[in-house]
Design a protein around this ligand. Structure first.
Ligand code: HEM
Length: 249
């Protein structure tokens, strides 16, 4: 019932209306999310943290600034890419719903993901000085803050030109073009494309218990999970652009 209402709502609204609806939805919590009317779910929960983060100015978080490289693909091409992934307006609704659920679990998620990296020497190497194999802790913690912000941004699912440009920038920051530059890190200078892509699985596969934590039905949890998969694959696709021979992307 809950799902059908949400799906109907997602199907009925055109993207502009839906965006408006989602941005205007109330933030106040009247009780556990799972028991609120579904049209109040997926509101602006993720806007507030992003605004707060902007105010707190996470060092190096440059979304929307002129420091960010311009994406070589256009918004029209991004729209096309979403279609290749069967990414729909409904996915946006479920991503935004996930934002409310993940809001207070960001640190726990980061711990899981950083744990995977630090458990594997070939991944940990990207945070280490290649000479001494010591982790550059200042660098790692600066990056972790932006990683946390990424959870908010992914759930916010606001796909404008600034967002698209920032995806290219994130790709460049994993690639030798810009790795270490933002935080003056002293670590291995390039993350291999294969690790970048394969780690997408670690990101999403570990999310389900977090998405399920606030008592939503398994079906709603699965839909949020699918939306995260699609979003992660789309973002990783954008991020590997600097790794692809010119003309082949
Ligand atoms: C595919 C899943 C991944 C996600 C979601 C992800 C997310 C992010 C984000 C959001 C940033 C910060 C971008 C910014 O500056 O605002 C970042 C940077 C970084 N990521 Fe990833 N990342 C992924 C894969 C990896 C892998 C596999 C590694 C290596 C183990 C890695 C290591 C790093 C490092 C070292 C930086 C800092 C780069 C720099 O600016 O020097 N990431 N990542």
């Amino acid at each position: 019932m809950e799902d059908q209402t949400l799906q109907r709502r997602a199907e009925k609204l055109d993207p502009r209306e839906q965006h408006h609806w989602l941005d205007e939805a109330p933030t106040a919590r009247a009780g556990p999310t799972a028991h609120r009317p579904v049209h109040q779910q997926g509101g602006r929960a993720m806007d507030a943290p992003r605004e707060q983060q902007h105010q707190q100015k996470i060092p190096g978080y440059d979304l929307g600034s002129d420091k960010v490289a311009k994406s070589p693909i256009s918004m029209e091409e991004w729209e096309e890419l979403k279609k290749s992934a069967l990414f729909s307006e409904e996915d946006i609704v479920y991503l935004r719903l996930s934002g409310e659920i993940l809001e207070d679990q960001v640190q726990d998620l980061l711990q899981v993901w950083r744990g995977i990296i630090f458990d594997h020497a070939h991944l940990r190497a990207y945070d280490e000085d290649p000479q001494t194999h010591k982790v550059d802790t200042e660098y790692a913690s600066a990056v972790a803050k932006r990683f946390g912000q990424w959870i908010h941004d992914t759930a916010r699912a606001k796909y404008d030109k600034a967002w698209l440009d920032y995806q290219y920038e994130i790709g460049l920051r994993h690639h030798r073009t810009k790795k270490n530059k933002t935080d003056n890190g002293h670590t291995l200078g390039h993350i291999r494309a294969r690790d970048l892509l394969a780690f997408s699985a670690s990101i999403v596969a570990t999310m389900k218990p977090f998405l399920a934590k606030k008592g939503h039905s398994p079906e709603v949890v699965n839909r949020m999970y699918d939306a995260w998969w699609k979003s992660m694959i789309l973002q990783a696709t954008l991020w590997v652009q600097p790794y692809v021979r010119e003309g082949d992307f």
